[in-house]
Design a protein around this ligand. Structure first.
Ligand code: DGL
Length: 277
């Protein structure tokens, strides 16, 4: 086990799509990934529950020596990050950091739209939190954000039904719904870890010329920049290019899904949070 890896957290497998891009841009660091599969999905759960689960996982990452944890999960970033940063970190770990995926995306999204109309596709939890409209308005006050919750998309992917014909109905349904609210939308943000896996089908059902943004590369570039700007954190992160994967549920299931989300074979380890001190 590396002494001080960067922690990458997700409710399950989805964060592997983000880790994949992080490894392309900053492979030299050690990484510790944890998917809380036994309690996923987070996208349908309340604030209190997502916060409690996420905090518990963040504490586990700290106990494993991570100076920095990235919440690769949009739902956890939307519902738990701010409270953890503002209320918990100063008490439990003032010298460690937790980052999310919403701010880095919101900071740059305005560079892609010409019409000032963007669509954000996400889980129910992320949409209800209003995190994207709030965060985007801080950087780009004139942009109109049209949100659409696509609750069926995650189970479609996790059950490997996302490339079949059945998936088209649900993909088209949500895209039609959001574009009917503003035909001027020219930028579509996939604000859920899983949605990049639907890229081919999404492309079929959107008007020509619309830019589709998935977050992996954006989050990776932002993390790289953060590590350059915050030497006090990056110097604590060890650079042995080690990757360790934990899941709170079946390791066999995790390893099977990993191929889909990560594009590579993984041998994960099991974590029982109840047994963790
Ligand atoms: N990882 C979640 C997200 O990005 C999707 C899966 C879930 O609902 O747990 O919002």
């Amino acid at each position: 086990m590396a002494a001080h890896p960067i922690g990458i957290f997700d409710s399950g497998y989805g964060g592997l799509t983000v880790l994949k891009d992080i490894l392309e841009q900053i492979p030299e660091y050690d990484y510790l990934y944890m998917g809380d599969n036994s309690r996923a999905p987070y996208g349908t759960r309340s604030y209190e529950t997502v916060y409690r689960y996420t905090l518990e996982c963040v504490e586990w990452f700290f106990s494993m020596g991570c100076p920095l944890v990235v919440l690769a999960c949009n739902t956890a970033s939307a519902k738990a990050l701010r409270t953890i940063q503002q209320n918990d970190l100063p008490v439990i770990a003032p010298n460690r950091r937790v980052l999310g995926v919403i701010r880095p995306t919101s900071e740059i999204i305005g560079n892609y739209t010409k019409t000032g109309n963007i669509a954000v596709l996400a889980t129910n939890g992320t949409v209800q939190s209003q995190s994207y409209p709030i965060e985007i308005s801080k950087f780009f006050p004139n942009i109109a954000v049209f949100q659409e919750a696509c609750p069926i998309w995650v189970p479609l992917i996790e059950n490997n039904e996302h490339t079949g014909e059945g998936a088209d109905y649900f993909i088209k349904k949500h895209l039609d719904a959001v574009f009917s609210r503003s035909p001027s939308i020219d930028t579509l943000l996939l604000a859920c870890t899983h949605y990049p896996l639907l890229m081919n089908k999404i492309q079929q059902y959107i008007p020509e010329g619309v830019t589709i943004l998935s977050q992996g590369k954006i989050v990776a570039a932002s993390l790289k920049d953060y590590l350059l700007r915050h030497r006090e954190i990056s110097e604590k992160c060890t650079r042995g290019a080690e990757r360790i994967f934990y899941t709170t549920d079946s390791t066999a299931d995790f390893d099977n899904h990993a191929r889909l989300f990560f594009g590579k074979d993984i041998k994960s380890l099991h974590l029982d949070l109840d047994k963790n001190p």
